[in-house]
Write a new protein. Structure first.
Length: 418
């Protein structure tokens, strides 16, 4: 490795001759002196040089004396520099990366993602996303969960046939996994408590600000639950754990983001109550209803999170456990956050015969699910789980209007590259 200090550590080395390395973020030439701002993974450092200096996005290594200057970023700058060019760009960036406000529209940013994401404000949501995943893992590790990695090439659809990508698998039909649903359930039979952070695929025919064709699903599944409320309690811990790690991130300050509080118990309302409150009685909640309910939860409970429980069985997948006390309704829930469905989860069926009956009642052939159902033939405890959409979470957290602002190389109806 090139032996260097990070720009964020420069103040600790005041008075010493040190080496930094990174990209020329900004170059300013005055009459007798040039200012060079070098960007590395930790932030920005200023270099004062007597003569000409390399242009923006040149990769440099600079050795100089760390000298106190209250006007420099971090209060320290490098003087008496020796500048070595490690790589020279052959193309100019699509816009100035040093302007604090991004001077480009989303399609330009996405078309030029490899360089555009170098802008500190555009990189920040992805840093928050990484911190969220670290917090998710830490929270579930503490609760005795095992991380698993399930196949993404699968033999059957899980969440309904409509939005699944079909592929040719050595001459046989196969699909890109819409969810690790079946595998995470089966692994409850092995580990009791599992989670997965991985890509899932949805052939979404809609061009919306909240749907992607590939997104990152934070999944969990646990056994020996009494009902869906035990799953909701674990989800609460997972979300609180994500925020714990996010809270310390410089990206939060950079974006000026207000983080939500997670109430000790997140408020929950039944689906029928949600219908009554909004005065709409469709079998599923519309995006407008979700927005209204979120505002209601802030007004009534001071919470930016709201559980809606007891969705109608007809609107949930066949693996959903019915509410034993309310025919037609399920032990399935959604978690709304800042006006949007962030999580879907619930208690599942766990007896083999219940699965056969549920498929028959829906007029579905059990054949394609044989591999999945085998786990239940060997004894499965009452269990449940959830899946949280990472990009939706990050977008809501940073106040991005479009999910693509919180997605690395988004895939959608129109976008397959970069
Ligand atoms: P569901 O299909 O509701 O549930 O997905 C779970 C969560 O994933 C996110 N999400 C999406 N994010 C971006 N683009 C999309 N096209 C998209 N579709 C869904 C949402 C959503 O709440 N197997 C169940 C989960 C479970 O019960 O464990 C499932 O996948 O944030």
């Amino acid at each position: 490795m090139i032996s260097r200090v990070l720009s964020a550590e420069l103040a600790e080395h005041a008075g010493q001759r040190v080496t930094i390395a990174g990209w020329v973020h900004r170059r300013r030439r005055l009459k007798s002196v040039s200012f060079l701002v070098v960007r590395d993974r930790s932030g920005l450092a200023q270099v004062v040089a007597p003569g000409a200096v390399p242009g923006e996005e040149t990769v440099v290594q600079v050795t100089g004396v760390a000298t106190a200057n209250p006007q420099a970023p971090g209060g320290v700058e490098l003087t008496e520099p020796e500048i070595e060019v490690l790589a020279e760009p052959t193309e100019a960036p699509p816009f100035d990366l040093y302007r604090p406000v991004v001077p480009a529209a989303l399609p330009t940013i996405l078309d030029h993602a490899p360089v555009a994401l170098r802008h500190p404000r555009l990189r920040a949501p992805l840093e928050i996303s990484a911190a969220s995943v670290a917090g998710f893992r830490r929270a579930l590790d503490r609760l005795g969960f095992t991380e698993i990695h399930t196949p993404k090439i699968v033999a059957s659809a899980t969440e309904s046939g409509a939005n699944v990508f079909g592929i040719d698998y050595f001459g046989r039909p196969a699909y890109l996994a819409q969810s690790p649903q079946f595998y995470k359930q089966a692994m409850v039979g092995v580990f009791e408590r599992v989670y997965e952070v991985g890509p899932v695929f949805r052939a979404e025919p809609h061009d919306t600000v909240r749907h992607l064709a590939q997104y990152t699903s934070l999944d969990a599944e646990l056994g020996f639950v009494r009902d869906h409320r035990d799953v909701m309690a674990v989800l609460r811990e997972a979300v609180a754990g994500m925020l714990e790690v996010v809270r310390g991130q410089p990206a939060i300050d950079l974006l000026g983001v207000a983080l939500p509080e997670v109430p000790a118990e997140i408020p929950a309302i039944h689906f029928t109550q949600a219908q009554r409150l909004t005065g709409e009685f469709e079998p599923d909640l519309s995006p407008e209803q979700e927005r209204w309910l979120s505002e209601w939860a802030v007004r009534e409970h001071g919470s930016e999170f709201l559980f809606v429980t007891g969705y109608p069985m007809a609107k949930r997948p066949f693996y959903t456990h019915p509410d034993p006390l309310r025919p037609g309704y399920s032990n399935g829930f959604d978690l709304l956050f800042r006006g949007l469905e962030l999580v879907t989860g619930g208690q599942r069926l766990h007896r083999h015969q219940d699965y056969l009956d549920a498929l028959a009642a829906r007029g579905e052939d059990a054949g394609p699910y044989e591999g999945y159902l085998r786990a239940f033939a060997h004894g499965m405890p009452p269990h449940g789980g959830f899946a949280l959409g990472l990009e939706r979470w990050t977008a809501r957290l940073v106040g991005a209007a479009n999910i693509r602002q919180a997605t690395l190389f988004p895939r959608d109806l129109h976008r397959l590259s970069p």
